[in-house]
Design a protein around this ligand. Sequence first.
Ligand SMILES: NC(=O)c1ccc(NCc2ccccc2N2CCOCC2)nc1
Length: 239
Amino acid sequence: MKINILTLFPEFFNSFKEHSIIKRAVEREQVEINIVNIRDFAEGKHKQCDDIPFGGGAGMVMKPEPLLKALEGNKGKVIYTSPQGVKLNQVLACELSTEKEITIIAGHYEGIDERVIDSKVDLEISLGDFVLTGGELPAMVISDAIIRLIPGVIKKESYENDSFYNGLLDYPHYTRPAEYEGLKVPEVLMSGHHKNIDEWRLKQSLERTLKRRPELLKGREFSKLEKKLLKEIKEEQEI
Ligand SMILES: NC(=O)c1ccc(NCc2ccccc2N2CCOCC2)nc1
């Protein structure tokens, strides 16, 4: 997969490509990350990329010409990160991880000229209902969520139990020491009894999801085992 990120602050992405799973995916050529400086496509001596808004009001708007020039040629699926977008979630990240090429426009100032969105943007994505100084962090988060799902980037087993992968929140994790300042690790995890361990983990995921994010369970199909565990959870809560 090729991911192009259009930004006014290319250096912002240096460390993103230099760490852990993303770095390894780039080295393995599972993904090519191409950071594009929008200013390279601006005309004139000052290479102006923003200008005052028609209609007045505070702030500046990113000019259409540099962006449209940077978007010339097939750039795959064009994404714009903004508070007006559809919420990012694991299903959307999964869908996007099958694209051959993705171009993400990281907006700045009050946003970009609407004509760029109308003519070139395929999908506007928001991280959630909050305001950030620029679209760079959302571009990084969206890229990270997608890259880790590209087949081969991480072992299948490790994301199969990811939060949201099975539509549930993750179960609790423990590691050595077995006891720390009087705090113990649940016995079942030391039993070596993998069927019991898997069942305990699934029950923990169901319990946490029911307690913290009950809306995630709405409309979800439950296996026979999940139904049994949910019944146990509800009975335990009644006592
Ligand atoms: N929720 C999100 O995904 C998210 C994304 C971007 C973002 N900011 C960059 C931005 C991009 C586009 C339009 C406006 C803006 N903003 C500029 C600063 O002023 C507010 C609006 N903020 C939050």
